[in-house]
Design a protein around this ligand. Structure first.
Ligand code: 5RP
Length: 235
């Protein structure tokens, strides 16, 4: 099972890079997570790799860029990115996403918003059709530390079940993001594709919320690696 999942991650990542990384692309966004490891590996094998600049979405992603001999850039230097590749925790039928399993959602959304296209790479477990159906419950929400109790109350009023994400071991206290903030995982149950944008707007409007892990209208394509070795491409 673990082996099948790993193979499907590599399959989706390699196919996404091979199909979408064009010789005209110069600035590439590199997302976060275990599937993106294979994206960075494949981009690092490109014949024109010395012409590319890669913009990371967090500490892990920065390290992947360096480890694969690629040139690092930033959103400050490159606010216009040709194409970004990133993973997802869940994907719905409108290419709406839940992201932030690795607590990098703010920089992931920033890079996605700077990119002309966002190509999602994922194994078959992420293709849930409806957000909120996955094994990893909740929408990750990045909050300013001083506001986490207030935002938790607000999220409960919106019908969610908020839990502040803790580190391992749990006694280590809340997870702190690359931006010095906390993550609240808030379970809203299943979120029908037509209601994702509205829920995202309501959460974003709460004072103390930096960004949400609901990605609406940002992904242009998704490459799902299947257990049988095939790929499902979604647009
Ligand atoms: C990190 C993310 C990741 O892209 C998402 O959690 C998917 O990760 P993986 O490829 O390891 O399943 O959003 O914040």
């Amino acid at each position: 099972m673990a082996d099948l999942v790993e193979k499907s991650k590599k399959l989706s990542a390699y196919a996404a890079v091979d199909d979408n990384l064009l010789s005209t692309h110069r600035v590439i966004g590199i997302g976060s997570g275990s599937t993106v490891v294979y994206v960075a590996e494949r981009v690092g094998q490109a014949s024109n790799k010395s012409d590319l600049v890669c913009v990371p979405t967090g500490f892990q992603s920065r390290q992947l860029i360096i480890d694969n001999g690629l040139r690092l850039g930033s959103t400050e230097e490159y606010p216009e990115i040709d194409i970004a590749f990133d993973g997802a925790d869940e994907i719905d039928t409108n290419l709406g996403l839940i992201k932030g399993g690795g607590a990098c959602l703010f920089q992931e959304k920033l890079v996605a918003a700077c990119s002309k296209q966002l190509v999602v790479v994922a194994d078959y477990r992420k293709d849930t059709g409806v957000l909120g159906k996955g094994w990893r419950k909740g929408v990750p929400i990045e909050v300013v530390p001083a506001a986490y109790t207030k935002v938790s109350l607000d999220l409960a009023k919106l019908g969610g079940k908020p839990v502040v994400r803790s580190g391992l071991p749990a006694k280590a206290g809340p997870v702190v993001t690359d931006n010095g903030n906390f993550i609240i995982d808030c379970d809203f149950g299943e979120i029908p594709p037509a209601q994702v944008a509205e829920l995202n707007a309501k959460i974003k409007a709460l004072v103390g919320v930096v960004e949400t892990g609901l990605f609406v209208g940002l992904a242009s394509k998704a490459y799902i690696g299947n257990a049988d070795g095939t790929i499902t491409k979604k647009t």
